[in-house]
Design a protein around this ligand. Structure first.
Ligand SMILES: [Mn+2]
Length: 310
């Protein structure tokens, strides 16, 4: 499959690299890793993400300034990264061959080729596998993108998806000049005061139920306005809820458009991807999400708690 995928990449001219809306490091890093390679191969390569404002904390990723927020007119090949279902790309499905590179267990296999490995800690590990199996050598710009993606998706090597192999991959990327200290500082030590204010508001609104095993909070538009925080500043809020000693299930609702964006996290037992799938979303065992429109916030929380059954 990896050979076949590379063969199709080699034969295509107009290639669009795209990742899910509200991107994280894995989405952006995985798509940006291939970009300079394709350029060097003489391809008309374009990186796309349909999010209006990309999170500023990824500004150090090589070629991040090349990302466009619209599809080009001509596409022979679309490669999607870290995206479990095609609607999360937020585009009209183009008339093009699709390679789907992802590690979400809920992936809907929407590609013509699907390079899916639910065991992979990040989509960037699958990109690395694609490069290694086709004897493409790594270098700093590529390995920086792939390492950043891996580090964030493993919670800096703390989550259950971490094993000996994860560190071996990290070592290979560091060998290829990814700088783990530089990347950690860029990702973790550049918070805005507005973001810390948003977290503080969220903690004040936090509710605990089921003997503290479930923690939930709702962030309204007003909370963002009051704190001055951006939408992307809430990306790690739900992890703060999970960090509480008693919490097994963390739920965060963020008011959005006609409804809510819901993020779920679990610590040790609960498979939140099942809960998210039930609501039409998806994700991983310990991190998943979905969106819901025209429904009362209390009703949403109640349904999730019923579904979670803890
Ligand atoms: Mn990922």
């Amino acid at each position: 499959m990896y050979k076949k995928a590379w063969d199709i990449i080699s034969k295509s001219k107009h290639i669009t690299l795209i990742s899910h809306i509200n991107p994280d490091a894995d989405a952006l890093g995985s798509s940006l890793a291939l970009y300079p390679l394709l350029k060097e191969m003489g391809k008309k390569a374009i990186v796309v993400n349909m999010t209006k404002e990309l999170p500023i904390r990824y500004d150090f990723l090589p070629n991040i300034d090349k990302i466009k927020s619209a599809l080009p007119e001509k596409i022979d090949l679309l490669i999607s990264f870290d995206c479990g279902s095609i609607d999360r790309l937020a585009i009209k499905k183009p008339d093009a061959f699709i390679i789907n590179i992802d590690h979400h267990r809920t992936n809907t296999l929407y590609g013509d080729i699907n390079l899916i490995d639910a065991q992979a800690p990040s989509a960037s590990c699958i990109v690395l596998e694609l490069l290694s199996q086709n004897d493409i050598s790594l270098r700093r710009d590529i390995s920086t993108c792939l390492y950043t993606a891996l580090a964030e998706d493993t919670g800096f090597f703390c989550y259950e998806n971490v094993n000996k192999n994860t560190f071996e991959i990290a070592a290979r990327l560091i060998e290829a000049k990814a700088d783990p200290v530089f990347i950690a500082r860029k990702l973790n030590e550049r918070n805005s005061l507005a973001k810390l204010r948003l977290i503080s508001i969220m903690i004040q609104k936090l509710q605990l139920v089921n003997f503290g095993m479930i923690g939930y909070a709702i962030l309204s538009r007003d909370d963002f306005q009051k704190s001055g925080a951006l939408r992307s500043d809430s990306d790690e809020c739900v992890d703060q809820i999970r960090s509480l000693a008693t919490v097994e299930l963390a739920i965060l609702l963020i008011e959005e458009n006609e409804g809510y964006k819901v993020s779920l996290r679990s610590k040790e037992r609960l498979d939140v991807s099942h809960i998210a799938s039930y609501f039409g979303g998806g994700g991983h065992k310990r991190a998943a999400g979905f969106t819901v429109d025209h429904k009362d916030e209390k009703e949403i929380i109640k349904e999730i708690i019923n579904k979670a059954d803890i």
